[in-house]
Write a protein that binds this ligand. Structure first.
Ligand SMILES: Nc1ncnc2c1ncn2[C@@H]1O[C@H](COP(=O)(O)OP(=O)(O)OP(=O)(O)O)[C@@H](O)[C@H]1O
Length: 238
């Protein structure tokens, strides 16, 4: 894990400002961080500490104001929108709190939207089987529970075989039991495919399933904790 060739994301002095009229909001105030291939990272921090901003910049959805961000040997810092779009399309899977499924399409069709424009995707049915939805291929979102819809969203994110999976509050809208099931799916994908997994959450307990817990405070890295053992999601309680 300490080999520098394993570094997937590297940020140096990463800052993000938002100008709101006269006021400058400092969302990120200088982040130095490495995320490594295959690891499971949980990012904790109070509301407004900069978690989503950091994830969005690493995933190419947003750009830094100062500092740098690299994905492997690729400098994302000053990349054009076109380059960032290409980067997201081929390398990054996103999962958000709200599933963003298209209501008029079935589970299989929601996944196919992504696989149709990917280089080496898995068949949508295979991605849906990986999240335990092999019996729900032709269901529409309205016919699925919240947890099932989130699993369709995860299938959509992993079907292009991304090297990294970035999840922003993936269990935020789910009850305890359903949230655990979604975390089990995410952990299994990380463990069996080696996809680097970063999960943003407010829930401290979820940190116990990680290799490392990165805590943000006021736009900076507060501390990084390495877990001696990853606790399986089925053992988590909150
Ligand atoms: N588009 C934007 N315009 C202006 N300010 C923004 C924008 N996006 C984020 N911010 C501000 O940047 C700071 C960090 O926001 P961010 O969403 O990254 O925090 P967070 O830790 O993810 O919070 P939460 O847990 O509530 O989602 C906050 O003060 C927020 O108000």
């Amino acid at each position: 894990m300490n080999d520098t060739s394993d570094v997937v994301f590297q940020t140096r002095g990463l800052k993000r400002f938002y100008q709101m009229g006269e006021v400058t909001i400092q969302a990120l105030r200088g982040i130095d961080l490495e995320l490594r291939a295959g690891e499971l990272v949980v990012m904790l921090g109070a509301s407004g500490s900069g978690k989503s901003t950091l994830l969005n910049i690493m995933g190419g959805l947003d750009s830094a104001s100062e500092g740098s961000v690299h994905y492997r040997d690729r400098d994302l810092t000053h990349a054009s929108q076109r380059t960032l779009t290409e980067f997201r399309r081929h390398h990054v899977g996103f999962v958000f709190q709200f599933y963003n499924l298209i209501s008029s399409l079935t589970a299989r069709e929601n996944v196919a939207i992504v696989t149709d424009i990917s280089r080496d995707p898995m068949p949508p049915a295979e991605a849906l089987a990986m999240v335990g939805l092999q019996a729900r291929l032709d269901h529409f979102p309205s016919q699925l529970s919240g947890g099932e819809q989130q699993r369709v969203a995860i299938a959509r994110a992993i079907a292009k075989r991304p090297e990294v999976l970035l999840c922003d509050e993936p269990t935020g809208a789910l009850d305890f039991r359903t949230g655990i099931r979604v975390l089990e799916v995410l952990e299994e994908i990380n463990r069996t495919t080696g996809t680097m997994l970063a999960i943003i959450t407010h829930n401290e307990v979820i940190g116990e399933m990680a290799d490392r817990v990165i805590r943000l405070r006021d736009g900076q890295v507060g501390d990084i904790h390495v877990n001696a053992r990853r606790r399986p999601p089925s053992e988590l309680r909150w």
